[in-house]
Design a protein around this ligand. Structure first.
Ligand code: ATP
Ligand code: MG
Length: 318
């Protein structure tokens, strides 16, 4: 039995299909669901945490069906929403105690003390949450989420709006929880964080799961070197065989090539012949950002990125 399993999980809002036949197993790992805004990440999490009924399909958490055994599912998980409601008129400790009592935790004070210490909040625990920084609030939300020792933890954009150091701290805690045996399901827009801290990622677009695997696997599946070109003025794909344009944003075009070293001078030459001014041309290894863009497309062309269509569109812009 996997901690989280979904079979054809689907959710419509009226005519809009927000999650489309999602089948997924997640177990004893940090799993990240990635996708553009509005791709169905939060809707998925809401169904898994029993907050929303699926239109079709099923999901289980710790073997319990999210619709039939909602109570058991809720007992085995914790969920920190995208915008969490901590009471800013209470202290950190009071907020945490409130949750501990709601969950009927035995020895709530000791449990809260312990978790406040783990989350490095002990010395600020008796101050009003109103004066907490964003990072402190996030850590307090983790305290609240952990009071009843859940087996599965759902975090919707856990590091959104935090500074670099605060993000690193949150990920340290997430990693420690996983090592302690917890299954953690996160959504994030930060590819670098998913790459560094998550065991596997799933990429969804318009509710459909388009890619699934570990970050190294997904990058390897791209199988190529990436060449980025910074363009001066109007851009179009010079159209060299074997050098595939896969993303273009503002003044940066990204290409995939089997052998980057060999492709670099060929591409430079093609740009010159096409009269396209290039400020810089660089070769690098694929990142999870590249995987993401390759999978879901660029902002200009979000749905199921279609190379032919994209090229036509760029030509039209000339
Ligand atoms: N309560 C609702 N009623 C109608 N449509 C909704 C509702 N909630 C979400 N949607 C729509 O469902 C789609 C998926 O939304 P969802 O919030 O799951 O996306 P998301 O991937 O979490 O986005 P973001 O990255 O911006 O948080 C969007 O088109 C959204 O507008
Ligand atoms: Mg969301």
């Amino acid at each position: 039995m996997n901690a989280i399993e979904t079979h054809d999980l689907t959710r419509y809002y009226g005519d809009l299909c927000a999650v489309n036949h999602l089948s997924l197993s997640v177990d004893h790992e940090v799993f990240a669901l990635l996708g553009p805004n509005g791709s169905g990440k939060t809707t998925t999490v809401l169904m898994l945490t029993t907050m929303l009924r699926p239109t079709e399909g099923t999901a289980t958490v710790c073997g319990h069906d999210t619709v039939r055994d909602g109570e058991l599912v809720r007992r085995s998980l914790s969920y920190v929403p995208q915008d969490m409601a901590v009471d800013i008129k209470l202290t950190g400790r009071e907020n945490a105690l409130l949750f501990a009592r709601l969950y009927g935790v035995t020895a709530p004070k000791d449990r809260v003390d312990e978790l406040l210490a783990v989350m490095q909040l002990s010395d600020r625990a008796d101050e009003l949450v109103k004066v907490y920084s964003g990072g402190m609030r996030r850590r307090l939300e983790l305290v609240q989420a952990l009071v009843h020792e859940p087996e599965v933890l759902f975090l919707d954009e856990p590091t959104l709006g935090l500074d670099v150091a605060a993000r690193a701290t949150i990920w340290e805690h997430i990693t420690a929880l996983k090592k302690g045996g917890m299954t953690i399901f996160v959504t994030t827009h930060y590819m670098d964080e998913a790459d560094r801290f998550c065991d596997r990622v799933g990429i969804i677009s318009r509710g459909m799961l388009l890619a699934l695997g570990s970050p190294p696997d997904l990058k390897a599946r791209l199988g190529n070197d990436v060449i980025t070109a910074h363009i001066d003025g109007t851009f179009r794909d010079p159209g060299v065989d074997g050098i595939m344009l896969f993303a273009f944003a503002s003044d940066e075009a990204s290409f995939l090539a089997e052998n980057g070293r060999e492709a670099l001078p060929v591409l430079a030459d093609a740009f010159t012949r096409a009269g396209i001014k290039v400020r810089a041309l660089a070769l690098r290894e694929p990142t999870l950002d590249d995987v993401f863009l390759h999978t879901v497309g660029t902002p200009e062309e979000p749905a199921g990125f279609d190379q032919t269509k994209f090229r036509t569109m760029l030509r039209r812009r000339r």
